[in-house]
Design a protein around this ligand. Sequence first.
Ligand code: ADP
Ligand code: MG
Length: 384
Amino acid sequence: MHDIAIFRSLHRARFEAEPTLYVAPGRVNLIGEHTDYAEGFVMPAAIDFATLAGISPRADGKIALFSENYGEVRYFDAAELPAKAGKHWTDYPLGVISILAGEGHRVPGFSLSLWGDVPLGSGLSSSAAVEVATALAVTGLIGVNYPGPVLARLCQRAENEFVGANCGIMDQFISANGAKDHALLLDCRDLSFKLAPIPHNVALVIANTMVKHAITGGEYTSRRAEVEAACAVIASHRPGVKFLRDATVEDLEKWGPEMTPNSLKRARHVITENTRTVAAAEALINHNLAELGRLMAEAHWSYSQDFEASCEEADAMVALAQNLPGLIGARLTGGGFGGCTINLVEQDQAAAFVEGLGGLYAGQTGIVPQIHICHASGGAHRIE
Ligand code: ADP
Ligand code: MG
């Protein structure tokens, strides 16, 4: 997280007012990929990269949005908010403000400063951090106090309905509800959740492959369609199955032959991933790190071979990590086709692990990766 005193003085200097400060973290998903829209389980953790928000009231009815990251301020009329996104960073805070207004809150004029150290667009959810920090700041200003899960849903709606990004609830949920030194097992069906402790001597090492293979958007849609087609086959025999969350590997054995080969593979990933994610939370709760590592490895190869959402570079990065001292478990995290791997590593080996993995990956691929040592941090809150 950036320096709070510096942030406070930046806001003061720009807006000549004392800000109230909030912070919301980015996140990494430890396990549970492409399970959210099957109403299944995910297990993210909030990380110690975060976005700061500072807010102070204004008397002129304007909303001033400033991002230190972009070095830019933009002004809007609180009584006449833009009705649609402008393909600009202000879409994220404006989306939150407009969703709050849509909930019937009268939004007054204010100055909002944002400053984050979550790497932008790297899959660590800087967007959710901005949304949740903004939501806390604005609701704090107008004296409304939403429970974390409700705040998360409002922020997800801001991203879906205003920004126009088709994301699930995970990012906003963990940013709003994360707990220090814990992962959070989230049931995407009813948003119930369970915290699972991450031992103090375990670091979350996030390694960026630095590749993001151009997917036209077609892959995401076709994977979803294949998953839904598999579900429809099972549901035709077992009407109680609404989503793959309700299906089992026995269902696949029985009715898999009625599916296309791809549909069967995608479904096998989703069904086994759900089971693995719940088992991974149990393993953490039981301090069984060896089992957690095994489940992460299994999850990676399921994602790579059955879901076919990995790539050569990510497979290499996960394979190279296996032989380094201190590794507990490694897998590709996020939507797929590149992005970051998450490596659970013994804390006292983390620095050597970063050096080792960086060297091996660069040697094999010719690409120098960015690697961050993170820890599970608390969810969004006001800074007193
Ligand atoms: P990710 O969430 O993986 O980082 P996204 O593309 O979903 O990637 O969100 C990144 C976008 O969020 C940025 O392009 C920018 O518009 C907005 N954003 C993130 N952090 C900030 C910030 N500190 N200030 C302003 N806008 C931000
Ligand atoms: Mg995002």
